[in-house]
Ligand binder design. Structure first.
Ligand code: ADP
Ligand code: MG
Length: 230
C-alpha cells in the first residue's frame, strides 16, 4: 500500500517534470521556426539568424542533457571515495572560467581524505552545480570560499559566495525544477543537486543575504574505518 502511494507520487512528479520539459522545449522551437519563417518570407539572408538559431538549439541540448540526469536509473556505482578528490576535480573544471570572470577561490580542507560512500560522478555533478551557481552570482572581484571539515562523523562542505544573494521568499523556490532567474539558465541544477544529496543520505541548506552573498551547506555521513575495510 505504502509502496503504491510512493509509486503514484513518483508518477506525479515525473508527469510534472515532463510537462515542464515540453513547455521549456517548445519556446526555443517556436523561436527557431519564427527566425526561419521570417527569413524565408522576406528573402532575408539566413546568415543573420545563424547565431540566434544556434543559441536556441544549444539551449535545447542543455535542457535535454540535464533532464536525462533525472531519468537515469538509480546509480549503482557507489564506493568509498575521497571528498577532496571530487572537489579537486570541480576546481579543475571551473578554474579557467573563474579567472576569466575575475573571480577568486579560497579552499580550505583537512589533509586526511574524508571518505564517503558515494557515486563519485554524481558527487562531482552536485558540487559542480553549486560552484557554477556561485560563480554565476558574482561580479568581478568576487570570492568563492569552500570550507570542508569533519564534525561529529559528518563531512561538512560550505560553499559561500559574495554574490547577489537570494531573497528570503525565494529560498525554497530555487529548488523547484525549471525555476531560473538567468537568461540562459535551465533551472534544473538545484533540483538535480537535491536529488543527489538525498541519494547520499546528506543534507543541503542555504542561507543568503541579498547584496552580500549566499552560503550552501552540505553534510554527509563519513565512513568509519570498519566500514571502509568492509
Ligand atoms: P540555473 O542555474 O539554470 O538558473 P539552478 O537550479 O542551478 O538553475 O538555480 C536556480 C536559481 O537559483 C538560479 O537561477 C538563481 O536565481 C538561484 N541561485 C542558485 N544559486 C545561487 C547563488 N549562489 N546565488 C544567488 N542565486 C542563486
Ligand atoms: Mg545552475
Amino acid at each position: 500500500r505504502e509502496e503504491h502511494l510512493l509509486r503514484s507520487e513518483k508518477l506525479r512528479v515525473v508527469g510534472e517534470l515532463a510537462s515542464g520539459m515540453a513547455h521549456e522545449i517548445r519556446n526555443p522551437l517556436t523561436a527557431v521556426r519564427g527566425f526561419l519563417q521570417i527569413s524565408k518570407s522576406n528573402g532575408y539572408n539566413i546568415e543573420a539568424w545563424y547565431s540566434l538559431i544556434m543559441e536556441e538549439i544549444d539551449r535545447m541540448s542543455e535542457l535535454t542533457a540535464e533532464f536525462l540526469q533525472f531519468s537515469k536509473p538509480q546509480s549503482t556505482d557507489f564506493r568509498a571515495h575521497s571528498l577532496q578528490t571530487c572537489l579537486q576535480r570541480v576546481i579543475a573544471l571551473t578554474e579557467s572560467e573563474a579567472s576569466r570572470l575575475g573571480l577568486k577561490l579560497v579552499y580550505e580542507h583537512p589533509q586526511a581524505p574524508l571518505l564517503l560512500w558515494m557515486d563519485p560522478d554524481k558527487m562531482v555533478q552536485l558540487l559542480l552545480n553549486l560552484v557554477k551557481n556561485a560563480y554565476e552570482a558574482m561580479n568581478p572581484g568576487g570570492v568563492l570560499y569552500i570550507r570542508m571539515k569533519e564534525i561529529s562523523n559528518r563531512a561538512v562542505v560550505e560553499i559561500q559566495d559574495t554574490g547577489v544573494g537570494i531573497p528570503s521568499d525565494r529560498l525554497e523556490t530555487i529548488f523547484h525544477p525549471f525555476y531560473t532567474t538567468k537568461d540562459y539558465g535551465t533551472g534544473l541544477g538545484l533540483s538535480i543537486s537535491y536529488k543527489i544529496v538525498q541519494d547520499h543520505e546528506g543534507t543541503l541548506e542555504v542561507e543568503s543575504i541579498v547584496g552580500e552573498g549566499t552560503t550552501f551547506v552540505l553534510t554527509f555521513p563519513v565512513l568509519t574505518a570498519a566500514e571502509e575495510t568492509g
